[in-house]
Design a protein around this ligand. Structure first.
Ligand SMILES: Nc1ncnc2c1ncn2[C@@H]1O[C@H](COP(=O)(O)OP(=O)(O)OP(=O)(O)O)[C@@H](O)[C@H]1O
Length: 273
């Protein structure tokens, strides 16, 4: 029974000294159709720095699509029609004249299958830092590379091979973390992680949990995972999606132990059975 899930964090595991910061994303009755097919509808929520939102739902419910929409990273965008409002810091993401590259540095999406550049670890991070003029001097650049790798718990392992280790030859989990480090070096305010705990072992899961809890201190974090246990450990709020529609969003505790919508309850029952 889902109401007996022994999954919720103890209060002590909630990031300490974090009071939710400013709202960075605001969705109001947001919907999206592609090629005449309705793929997302009725999505309304605000997202603030300092909180983690877990997206749950069956395969194909629209979790990845929603995250991709939130950073305007859609396939065949010319076929896409949006409804309602989706704003990053007060600006419509799908509005005309919106600065998409600048926003993509601020609202980052890390897919389940990592896509590092076929370059060294250093170049993977330095490339965007240089392009976005975050640092130009080598000393400054080195600080950014180190800080990003430290936050992703990669520094100790990679510090001696920054220039010689090809990113695409790293193990898959490290590739994913490197992509996260690459994005963090651009100072985003929203970090979206798609299936972050997919195909990783227990030790990696623990390390990822620590990384995500730390990220929450100065970012808004959105993630989708098939694991309700991981959702319960990481999320402050949880949103349940079904067939592209937002059915219910509330605190993690409410959704995972006392969901109101029958659809949410049915999903939780089937998932924890
Ligand atoms: N650009 C697009 N054009 C048309 N259909 C799309 C597009 N992007 C996604 N879809 C469709 O939208 C639906 C939602 O897919 P999505 O990958 O977001 O589901 P999901 O909830 O993340 O599933 P999973 O848990 O399996 O990852 C799917 O039917 C998918 O084929």
């Amino acid at each position: 029974m889902f109401h007996s899930l022994p999954l919720l964090r103890k209060p002590s595991q909630i990031a300490e000294n974090v009071t939710p910061g400013p709202t960075v994303l605001r969705l109001q009755d947001f919907g999206l159709e592609a090629g005449g097919v309705q793929l997302l509808s009725g999505v309304t929520f605000d997202l603030r720095i300092g909180e983690a939102l877990g997206l749950i739902g069956r395969a194909g419910a629209g979790k990845s699509l929603l995250m991709r929409a939130m950073c305007r990273l859609l396939e065949q965008e010319r076929l896409v029609v949006t409804r309602g409002s989706l704003q990053h810091r007060g600006q419509e993401i799908f509005g005309r004249g919106f600065d998409t590259p600048e926003m993509r540095a601020k609202v980052v999406y890390i897919p389940e299958v990592a896509n590092p550049f076929p370059m060294s670890v250093w170049d993977n991070i330095a490339y965007g830092v240089k392009l976005n003029r975050i640092a130009t001097r080598r000393r400054e650049m080195a600080d950014h590379v180190e800080a990003a790798l430290r936050r992703c718990r990669l520094w100790d392992e990679l510090k001696d091979v920054l220039h010689t280790q090809r990113a695409t030859a790293l193990p898959p989990y490290q590739q994913r973390l490197l992509c996260l480090a690459r994005s963090l070096a651009l100072n985003p305010d929203v970090v979206m992680l798609d299936q972050p705990t997919g195909s990783i072992d227990q030790q990696e899961n623990e390390s990822l949990h620590d990384i995500a809890m730390d990220l929450k201190s100065d970012h808004a974090v959105v993630f989708a995972t098939a694991s309700l246990a991981d959702t319960a450990r990481l999320a402050d709020r949880v949103a349940y999606l079904e067939e592209g529609a937002l059915v219910e969003i509330d605190s993690a505790e409410m959704i995972l132990t006392a969901a109101l919508a029958p659809q949410t309850r049915a999903f939780l029952e089937s998932t924890s059975a």
